[in-house]
Write a protein that binds this ligand. Structure first.
Ligand SMILES: [Zn+2]
Length: 141
């Protein structure tokens, strides 16, 4: 499979990866982050989307962002921002610009707070139990 490194990979010194109370590892703010601001970009390899979705169906690996019909970003070995967890009450969102995945804050984020996004239409199997704990949790991702 041909693949290229994601262009525009930014260092993200404002966040770090550590154990999350939500699920596995998560991304946490090392300092207060302003709202409505670009935090960085998810790093990874651009891969063939259909092949990646077949692999995901087998292994349940979910470190993947669909970019368009044919391409996805495999962020298994990218940077910290590839480890964003889901929440039904997110404080960040992804914006896909061509083949780049940018992460923006929805509101100001406190130091030490976990950065979370709404996975929405991610390709992993539906029916995963959501553990986000927010009041308006939809229970199922
Ligand atoms: Zn939830």
């Amino acid at each position: 499979m041909t693949s290229v490194r994601s262009p525009g990979l930014l260092e993200t010194p404002s966040v770090s990866v550590r154990k999350s109370p939500v699920h596995g590892l998560g991304v946490f703010a090392l300092k207060p982050l302003p709202g409505r601001r670009k935090i960085g970009e998810v790093g990874g390899r651009i891969v063939d989307a259909r092949r990646a979705l077949r692999e995901i169906a087998r292994s349940r690996r979910i470190y993947f962002v669909q970019l368009d019909e044919r391409h996805g970003l495999d962020c298994s070995r990218g940077n910290a921002l590839g480890r964003l967890n889901h929440s039904c009450r997110p404080n960040c969102y992804l914006r896909i610009v061509r083949h780049r995945v940018e992460v923006y804050s929805l509101r100001p984020i406190r130091r030490g707070e976990e950065l979370v996004i709404d996975y929405g239409q991610t390709p992993h199997r539906k029916g995963m139990k959501c553990l986000c704990g927010s009041k308006d949790c939809k229970d199922i991702i």
